[in-house]
Design a protein around this ligand. Sequence first.
Ligand code: BG6
Length: 489
Amino acid sequence: MAKFVPVEPFDIVIFGGTGDLSRRKLLPALWHRWLDGQILPTSAIIGTARSEMDSAAYRQLAREACEKASGENWDAKAWAQFEKIVHYVTIDATKPDADWPALRKLLTIDAKRPLVFYLATSPHLYVDICRAIGIADLADEPARVVLEKPIGTDLESARAINDGVGEVFAERQVFRIDHYLGKETVQNLMVLRFANMLFEPLWSHNYIDHVQITVAENLGLEGRAEYYDRSGALRDMVQNHLLQLMCLTAMEPPNDMGDDDIRTEKIKVLNAIGAIQADNVRKQTVRGQYASGLQDGKPVKGYLEELSSSKGSKTETFVAVKAEVRNWRWAGVPFYLRTGKRMSARHSDIVIQFKPAPHNIFGQGVESVNRLVIRLQPDEAVRLFVQIKEPGPGGLRVKSLPLNLSYAKSFTLRYPDAYERLLMDIVRGNLSLFMRRDEVEAAWRWVDGLIEAWEASGYDPETYAAGTDGPLSAAMMMDRDGRSWWKEV
Ligand code: BG6
């Protein structure tokens, strides 16, 4: 049975409080933590934005968002209590002369009480908002600031944001969110690796043939055309989520779960990823863009039609990369990363494929390869594929079957959304699941190199039909290495 320990009373100010992230994720996450008794009634949630609105109207907005997230489990009685801690202030947070005193009145300034500034706004506003917070004299510890991705669009812009934020907040006050790190199954990666003795002796080039990390989505642009077209799959997904998954898979055991122990191990992996150059970019990467196609039997538009821009676009909606981690543990082990929109199904998996047994005594056609398949979402599971003898007389048939740990069968608990865990960690001041400045910048350095290589080699996206697994070249990239993408049968 999960035990929810209430966090100390806190104030959270959400800039961009009426926006999509607040409505879809932040307000429902806080509501669910309230329902589990983790947030005490002396806390305050303060939405802010430029729109003129009073707290009553904001409570209504929040209620609609939380009702939608709760579905059939809506608890109107609990809401009546929760809404008492929800407030709103109209403020243009980039302006030091905005109505900061009105915000201050809603805060309980206390040297021991956590004060969270959540920047759910466009990243180009981060620095100005932080400066205004500083001028309003609200940035001293225990204040902390939360930055959503994307932090910049390349190394230079990321540095400018980090520098600007750093003028006001010390690094230990800065919580850079990658929501994948708050997912239950992603956190379980560390438990699986470091709370079991079974895997560690095998976890290296000695026994692992290769690793695959796939984050496949079946959705398209979902109304985010403007942002997405400037970003593309490499910046939107690989720079953060996929590289973070790779770090957790490849890193050395941290000394403990302390803030900097995990992050120090992750940065070593990021710094060891081999740069991709113009002369190998077509061998080691695949860039795709979806065309129209069929998804679940229904016709869907191609990327360019969804974009409805007459100018066309060379933005990729699919990326596959063969990456290397150049260190002692992983020498020679490819890490194949793949992500895309409008793929055949939504699934995120990490597949560790072990080397075949050194000598096969069972004759031709018998596979002797083990795979550890970590299904991050949906149908969360950990499956270890082992070979077994298929029962029956006459001959000896060997079959690969999984030892199957299904989350749905093992746990009855409601899964908290990643933001629930992350928000409570922010209040507790626990930085271990947040990205440190050097991690973000190291990830951009590698991504910038890859973008330069694409540009230098004139590699424009190849098209793939919506509802498929990306361009044919992605399968061919594996085929050239005598491997294939894992597909659940
Ligand atoms: C976001 C990306 O960070 O992650 C989106 O900007 C993507 O494009 C989303 O759809 C995927 O997150 P999840 O939790 O649905 O896998």
